[in-house]
Design a protein around this ligand. Structure first.
Ligand SMILES: [Zn+2]
Length: 275
């Protein structure tokens, strides 16, 4: 099993290499629009401007879009393994989730929010001590305005959480999860600066909004395939995130799936996902 990790994790973690390029291309596209407008008038210039702007809006708001910043959305493997990712902690539910994962011999990566981590550093240490991964999910989770943060505010969200998590765990996070999946052209600049690679997902159940665990599970399992990256949450107000994780772990076990946590320095992978 470790051969999978050895052969592929080296290429999985890819921070953006040329994040300034997309900014240059965006600027260039507007020069092109201005030229079209000058040469052909508004009947050509206005639609061209609209098209370029809609492309940027789509790439910003659509969680799976990688135009503005690359993202890993599944693991390249045919083995029955999944990567569980749990967003928005630490929360009151983290200890119960850790117990559940232990009971199933499963591992996950927790994408934690810096200011919540500062309030509960012992919980974050427990996540690490029990062998799970810790990823960066911004300093304050500005969900309504993350998409429109400028370079300075974006660096504050991403860089500050790196400092917070490094101070608590002694390890610098390597993976980043965008807030509500949105990404603007400035995300890549901070990710490159901090050696972070962005992780998206291939399976999710909209557990942040839906409070019926069985429906959430049905939506997640529909998209489970070898190498799936599963998006889960903790601490949602409906209080069912632990129940959803419990049902998912039971389902994965029944289907013969194991969990993996790809870390660049080597794969932390439990031998078998059996209780
Ligand atoms: Zn979140």
């Amino acid at each position: 099993m470790s051969s999978w990790g050895m052969s592929t994790t080296g290429t999985l973690h890819r921070p953006p290499r040329h994040p300034g390029l997309i900014l240059g291309l965006l600027a260039l596209s507007q020069v092109g629009v201005a030229w079209l407008w000058w040469r052909w008038g508004w009947t050509v210039g206005a639609p061209a401007m609209l098209a370029t702007h809609l492309t940027v809006v789509w790439a910003t708001l659509y969680p799976r879009a990688t135009l503005l910043c690359p993202a890993l959305s599944r693991l390249p493997t045919d083995e029955r393994v999944v990567w569980l990712t749990i967003d928005d902690g630490p929360s009151d539910e983290t200890p119960a989730m850790l117990d559940l994962l232990d009971r199933h011999g499963a591992k996950a990566t927790f994408f934690v929010v810096g200011e919540r981590a500062q309030a509960e550093p012992a919980v974050v240490q427990a996540i690490r001590d029990r062998g799970h991964g810790i990823g960066n999910h911004s300093a304050s989770h500005p969900d309504t305005r993350f998409w429109r943060l400028g370079p300075g505010a974006m660096e504050d969200q991403i860089g500050r959480n790196q400092s917070i998590l490094t101070a608590i765990t002694g390890e610098t996070p390597r993976w980043f999860r965008s807030v509500v999946g949105m990404t603007n052209p400035f995300v890549g600049l901070s990710l490159k600066r901090h050696g972070l690679a962005r992780v998206a997902w291939s399976a999710r159940g909209f557990d942040g909004v839906d409070c019926e665990p069985s429906k959430v599970l049905a939506r997640i399992t529909r998209d489970i395939a070898p190498g799936a990256i599963v998006l889960l949450h903790e601490g949602a107000t409906h209080g069912h995130n632990v129940a959803i994780l419990a049902q998912l772990l039971a389902w994965l076990e029944a289907q013969g799936y194991r969990t993996v946590v790809p870390e660049p320095e080597g794969l932390r992978m439990p031998a078998v996902a059996v209780a």
